[in-house]
Design a protein. Structure first.
Length: 63
């Protein structure tokens, strides 16, 4: 599943996100969703989330 639809993402699930500074390289960071920061139902670049470790980025894959 991809991370473009907000309905697919819930707090507590494991995801791969791309951080703002890693957008050019495409490097992914894995973690557990703490909360969802995007208010809209979907977003073409991925829903923005905060992970439990404090990292903020857009969801690329749901694991």
């Amino acid at each position: 599943m991809d991370g473009k639809n907000r309905s697919n993402i819930k707090a507590g699930i494991k995801v791969n996100i791309v951080l703002k500074e890693d957008q050019r390289s495409g490097k992914l960071t894995q973690g557990v969703v703490q909360n969802i920061l995007t208010n809209s139902a979907n977003h073409p670049h991925g829903i923005k989330v905060r992970l439990t470790n404090g990292a903020v980025g857009r969801v690329k894959e749901i694991l």
